[in-house]
Write a protein that binds this ligand. Sequence first.
Ligand code: NAD
Ligand code: IPM
Ligand code: MN
Length: 358
Amino acid sequence: MTKKVLVLPGDGIGPEIVGQATRVLDALIENHGLDVTYESALVGGSSYDAHETPLTDEVLTQAKEADAILLGAVGGPKWEQYDISVRPEKALLKLRSELELFGNLRPAILYKQLADASSLKPELVADLDVLIVRELTGGIYFGQPRGIRTLENGERQGFNTYVYSESEVERIAHVAFKAAMLRDKRVCSVDKANVLEATELWREVMERVGKEYPKVELTHMYVDNAAMQLVRAPKQFDVMVTGNMFGDILSDCAAMLTGSIGMLPSASLDANGKGMYEPIHGSAPDIAGQNKANPLATILSVSMLLRHSFGEGALADKIDQAVSKVLDQGYRTGDIHTEGDTLVSTTEMGDAVLKELA
Ligand code: NAD
Ligand code: IPM
Ligand code: MN
């Protein structure tokens, strides 16, 4: 049966990078027998400008009805002063939570061609392949109570709640252990169990679930050390599993090891494998509208979509290989450019990938 994809380009560089990703989809549909249709809709600031809400009920329904979602990025300076309840980022959080996309896979893989673009010495990152498994619908991002209140002395106080229930930890633990079973069978759970009770329980549940996966080695690390270890010796990690906020921070950090945040795709999955796919970076307002952004993270997100939601591993491999080939040929957007490479625009990078897919 024909599968339906909802495409949500979003704001800033979102439409530019998603434009290249849908060209890849088109090519696979036209020339490689991919049985997919897609439609596009507004999300984030662009939706707010048109409908005074970052996510309309119609788009939420479309997202629920689609077989998979491809998203660009949301947010930007234009909407930064708006009330947090209608900020573009709210759309993303609502999609994640309404669709129960709790399992966020953020693979940080170094393409060997980009060893020089990494912020670390080539020998520290050669063959780097770390999978960050981030819990995406809980933790301090969603905990209640939250808000800004006025104290008796008239001073205002902002507050959020860091909360994880056992079932929330259990299900993300299974995602991490299952992923590890297909890799090097090592899980490092990252927490702050020396300070936060919520993560003390997190650690306990990780241990409990880990017993169901005796072949997987489970270790624990405090988040401050984990951040340091990621830039000291990142290859020590196979799968890292952590909560929503720590995962957000550590994945941006890991991204840089691969050369650029413009290289990292992600999958956000529910319990049945339905997913939303997006680059981990944001709307990059500093380069938006200039045809400069790296579209590869978004193109690789299409690859993850085909692999995880549609079981199209062979087509996903095709995309991955095409990306590797264009890197072999020396094509680089500004974020991954080093001396001697060919500096290309967003659309030229798309052209190069399409040429390889042909
Ligand atoms: P950002 O990821 O947008 O940009 C950080 C830096 O990385 C910038 O210098 C940017 O130019 C660069 N960069 C990012 N993606 C790139 C790409 N594909 N190619 C080349 N360079 C790239 O983070 P930020 O500046 O902190 O946030 C900007 C806006 O994006 C904010 O409104 C933020 O809330 C939002 N945001 C959205 C998402 C999302 O939609 N998933 C993720 C992160 C941030
Ligand atoms: C990400 C982003 C989002 C997050 C923001 C935009 C809500 O930074 O996808 O990494 O914090 O999850
Ligand atoms: Mn982030």
